[in-house]
Structures are given as structure tokens and as C-alpha cells.
Design a protein. Structure first.
Length: 218
């Protein structure tokens, strides 16, 4: 995983807390990065527990399906059940897709945690701190960009995740300037698809496209 992609994931956790902090200017950014990693890994641990329960449910379903299959009901009570074909219903497919998605997030969290902990001054830490400090300095301007281009939307009523993703991306585009415009937008859209609503990817892409055009970014 690229260090900056990991930094954006952690920045999303950090930004989710910014609106509730009275004086973010006094934050210890090194401490914040550590806490963000801890939050990410704790969330993944909770999701993995949920995955384990779901896997047990699927295993129980398969076991019951096998035991109650006509081929096995006709066998003597003392005989072991025979394996039987099992239909892959849409319900089971959705459940397996959910498990795969959670497992992917958990692996990503572990990868981010490892990258962040490998060295004291890693690129992940440096980039997340750079984004966060730039946002502190330019918060009003960045939120102003969102208000300007999210026509018909009240910024205070936007999906919190969408707003924070936009804040991170606009911060990178206008004030950090360390990544290509296309990369910043693509990464923001991926974060929106991954963590927000079904419509968030297109919404984020549309707003950032206007920011790029209006600010003459290349």
C-alpha cells in the first residue's frame, strides 16, 4: 500500500473528530496519529468478531442443510451424513460479499498500522500531519469551497463522511500540492465508495471536478 493512501485513511479518522474538539490548535499530532491507528485497528477487531459470528452462522446453516437433505434423512440414524450439493442463494452470496469486504478492511487496517509503526518519522505520519496542519490553517477557505460547489446543499447537513473526504482532498489540491490532481480525486472517490453511501462517489467526484476547474489546477 502507498504511504499516502494510508495517510488519507488515517486522516479520515482524524477529521471525524475535528468538529468536536474545542481547540484543535493545541493538538499533539504525533499522539493523534497513534490514536487514529488505534481507532482503525479497534474498529477492524470489532468487525472481525462480527465476521467470525457470521461464518459460524453460515457453517451452522450448511450443517443443518446437509442433515435435513432428503438423501441423509433416508439414511439410518447411526450413519454419518453424506456431503450434498448446496445451492448458492443470493442471500448467501450477499453474506459472503459482506465478509470479504470486512476482511479486506481488516487487512488494510493492519497494513496501515504496520506502515505507521515501522519508523518514527514515516511518510505516513508526515503526510497526515501535513494535511491536518494545512486544514487547521485554511479550514474556513476549504469549507467555503465545499459550500460554493455543493449547490443546494447545507454543508452542516452533508453526510459527515463525504464532508471530511472533501476536506482532505481539497486540502491536498489547494494547499499541500504533493500529489497529482488525478490521484487525489481518484483516492477521494474510492474512500467515498468504501466508507460512505452509494451516491457518495459521484457526489465527491463532481465537487472536486468543480474545484479543479475553478482553481485552474492541472
Amino acid at each position: 500500500m502507498q504511504a499516502r493512501r494510508a495517510a488519507r485513511e488515517l486522516a479520515l479518522i482524524l477529521f471525524s473528530q475535528m468538529d468536536t474538539v474545542q481547540n484543535p490548535n493545541k493538538w499533539d499530532f504525533q499522539d493523534i496519529v497513534v490514536k487514529s491507528v488505534r481507532t482503525l485497528t479497534n474498529n477492524s477487531a470489532d468487525e472481525l468478531k462480527s465476521v467470525t459470528n457470521s461464518i459460524l452462522e453460515i457453517k451452522e446453516y450448511i450443517s443443518d442443510y446437509e442433515a435435513n437433505h432428503p438423501d441423509n434423512l433416508e439414511r439410518p440414524i447411526e450413519a454419518s451424513d453424506l456431503p450434498v450439493p448446496i445451492p448458492m442463494t443470493s442471500d448467501m452470496q450477499n453474506k459472503l460479499d459482506e465478509l470479504l469486504n470486512i476482511a479486506e478492511k481488516a487487512m488494510l487496517a493492519l497494513e496501515i498500522a504496520e506502515m505507521t509503526a515501522l519508523e518514527e518519522n514515516s511518510e505516513v505520519k508526515e503526510y497526515i500531519i501535513k494535511i491536518s496542519k494545512a486544514f487547521q490553517t485554511h479550514k474556513d477557505d476549504i469549507d467555503g469551497q465545499i459550500k460554493k460547489y455543493a449547490l443546494g446543499w447545507d454543508i452542516n447537513r452533508l453526510v459527515k463522511m463525504d464532508k471530511d473526504i472533501l476536506r482532505i482532498a481539497i486540502c491536498e489540491l489547494l494547499y499541500v500540492n504533493d500529489a497529482p490532481v488525478k490521484v487525489v480525486i481518484d483516492e477521494a472517490v474510492e474512500l467515498a465508495k468504501k466508507y460512505s453511501t452509494d451516491d457518495s462517489g459521484a457526489f465527491v467526484n463532481g465537487i472536486l471536478g468543480k474545484v479543479v476547474i475553478e482553481n485552474n489546477l492541472k
